[in-house]
Design a protein around this ligand. Structure first.
Ligand SMILES: *Cc1c(COP(=O)(O)O)cnc(C)c1O
Length: 367
């Protein structure tokens, strides 16, 4: 019932003439309120940490001296991450507040205003967002209609645009496709700048460029713990030659990894086997879910190497709303890109969640 105060209009005018026009035109990254919904829209791990790990976590967090800034060096955590995730000994490591922050650092460090950031497209929307916000020029190279990479188009675009940074999400989000090693090899040879292999979904794909990190002068690998059970922690890491890491580190905000995150990660990584088990369960449940979805009337499922499945179905937008009304959240990509027309992306959930999704879709598609 508050009447608008006269000052609001003046603030809005000031905002309008001050904030970048392209930022004003953006829509903020939409995160649907979850409530008690079945949440299959964000590729989170559906399994919470086991109670004993949580208890250990609580104890560790109670010890944190939160009145102090984080120490300049986190060598112990670096060693732990290196060991847990198979980072080569000679590689440098950089931590980010989620890998989203590292994506920004990569663009900020490499691109002068107007220089190109390139990625096969559609892919992770944040590549484009970060590029634009950081004044780079984003170039998306269209995938084929069945969401495979088009090597000729990609190599031609690299030759034409001379991108400072090429982002390759391997596996790709939101399509689930896995780019062939030979194509990535060709991109590494052709790119004049840095090639970032974003392995956010690597734990579900069973392949990695991490072991080959030091074989290429222009390769860095980006990872996150978000998709393997720790999305709430906000922790990502980049591995690459120390010469790359040294430059990227200059753009990193000081203290970007807070003490609570460091302490929590230290505990959870002692139980890395729990995370691995959860990932293996999701991989095992992926194919049965994909097959059951593909058996529904009018549904096409695309092969996925991630913890999610992309599907196409007529009336995807209405279906997305109808599922939400039944408290099942999936992600609607139908208006995100022409190639994604009528596409929905669903995370692999627990067996019960997958069954609920299938039952709801069955019901809605037969209605
Ligand atoms: C989810 C995702 C990320 C972001 O991960 P955070 O660490 O949560 O910021 C990065 N890259 C891709 C391809 C993703 O899908």
């Amino acid at each position: 019932m508050n009447a608008p105060r006269p000052a609001d209009a003046r603030v809005r005018q000031c905002v309008q003439r001050t904030v970048r026009a392209d930022v004003q035109a953006l829509r903020a990254y939409a995160v649907a309120p979850a409530g008690d919904c079945i949440k299959l829209d964000a590729m989170e791990c559906p399994y919470p940490l086991p109670a004993p790990v949580r208890a250990e976590l609580a104890q560790a967090l109670a010890q944190v001296d939160i009145h102090r800034y984080p120490a300049a060096s986190n060598a112990a955590l670096q060693a732990q991450v290196r060991q847990a995730f198979g980072v080569p000994q000679q590689a440098g490591l950089l931590f980010g507040n989620g890998s989203d922050e590292l994506i920004h650092l990569l663009v900020q460090t490499c691109c002068a205003p107007g220089e190109a950031v390139l990625s096969p497209w559609p892919s992770f929307v944040y590549f484009e967002m970060a590029a634009r916000l950081d004044h780079a020029r984003f170039v998306g190279v269209p995938l084929t209609a069945d969401f495979q990479i088009d090597p000729q188009a990609l190599l031609a675009a690299i030759a034409r645009e001379q991108p400072k940074v090429v982002f390759l999400a391997v596996p790709n989000n939101p399509t689930g496709s896995l780019w062939p090693d030979e194509v990535i090899e060709q991109v590494l040879q052709a790119a004049p700048g840095l090639v970032v292999v974003d392995e956010a979904y690597q734990p579900f794909a069973g392949r990695s460029w991490m072991p080959r990190l030091m074989e290429h002068p222009n390769l860095v690998v980006l990872r996150t713990v978000s998709k393997i059970g720790l999305a709430g922690l906000r922790f990502g890491y980049l591995a690459g030659h120390p010469a790359w890491v040294a430059e990227l580190d200059k753009a990193r905000p000081p203290y970007n990894i807070d003490l609570l995150t460091q302490a929590a990660l230290t505990v959870v990584l002692r139980h890395k086997a729990v995370l691995d088990e959860q990932a293996a369960r999701l991989v095992a449940d992926r194919e049965p879910l994909a097959r059951a979805l593909a058996a529904l009337p009018g549904v096409t499922v695309f092969p996925s190497a991630g913890n999610f499945v992309l599907l196409r179905v007529a009336g995807a937008q209405a279906l997305h709303r109808a599922l939400a009304a039944r408290r099942i959240l999936v992600r609607d990509f139908s208006s995100a890109h022409p190639l994604l027309a009528d596409c929905l992306r669903v995370s692999v959930g627990t067996p019960d969640e997958n069954a609920a999704l299938l039952a709801a879709l069955q019901d809605l598609l037969n209605a």
